[in-house]
Ligand binder design. Sequence first.
Ligand code: SF4
Length: 407
Amino acid sequence: MASRDSASAGGPDQAAPGSPGAGPGLMPVAGIASNDTLGPGGLTQAQARRPRPPRHLADLDPAGRRAAVTGLGEPAFRAGQLSRHYFARLTRDPAEMTDLPARSRERLSATLLPGLLSAERELSCDAGTTRKTLWRAFDGAYLESVLMRYPDRVTVCVSSQAGCGMACPFCATGQAGLTRNLSAAEIVEQIVAAGRALAAGRVPGGPGRVSNVVFMGMGEPLANYRGVISALRRITDPLPDGLGISRRSVTVSTVGLVPAIRRLAAEELAVTLAVSLHAPDDDLRDELVPVNTRWKVAAVLDAAWSYAAATRRRVSIEYALIRDVNDQMWRADMLGTLLSGQLTHVNLIPLNPTPGSRWTAPEPEVAARFAGRLAAHGLPVTVRDTRGREIDGACGQLAASSQVPIR
Ligand code: SF4
């Protein structure tokens, strides 16, 4: 069997190089046992051993793909042909692979392009230009992705984990806990599926292609480090080795896993980093983002500014505005003081409330005043378009409402 590339992730039983027994993408943090994963509040949770997702072309770097096809008795150049079908033509259908000998197509496709995700449910709004899909993986795990078409771009919001162990109390995904890390190919497949829908003209606006990817669906991307890094390479590698999406158009969002932010800065990927801060003070952030009890606001921002310095990319500070919780003007001033003078941009996101939650968004005028206070500190600030509210647009809401799958 060909080896997955050095940053790849498989199922949770995959050992990290140099750390025998570690699960896939488990963040190597001092003091955390290798078979544990990071949980809320910086605590650890044992992650049950689960079967690995099937090996897929998108788990492999080009060398791994060549090794895989030669291992099947095929010439190495078949790896390039197969890559072109998957990443450029977005197909896994052997009937469309007419440049491959008929006797090879079925086997190569079945072996290296297995079906990974099946759509359980699809909802759309904004006249069909926002489409949310609930996916079921090979082991019954659920995950979600959202396609959002704008006049000038098409963004896909992907999940990096099934569930999430970070336990942010305002988030539907956080309430359900972590099921498992997704493999690189399971992440890439969410984008390829969106690309197929666009290419087939199933999204209003005519045929198109995915231009932007944001890791803001289910999961904490940096807690699935190896899977996400591998997926980032597949997403940004030029066609046909990867999807050829510009690094500038890819955003990885984190709640602030400080060692992983520093490690990401050294990967030379230079994707955009978004830090979900949600509070400028540790007292409140300890409550809203429990991992803050492990890495405090000052440490998270210090790592963010190091990332900005290493990549020369502006770091986005995400701030979910929650009525009477973190929307006070004194907190806007505190945040403004913390961020002033840095290479950053603030994205205010009026909370999309979780069903049954006691928390909700502030009135639009409060959000506008909060933005104005930040702008007065010289900060670029936007209030995010809250697409998808009618379709449970916040991460995890569709999965949370789908305990019984709809077929
Ligand atoms: S907000 Fe993000 S990090 Fe927090 S629980 Fe939800 S998915 Fe996880």
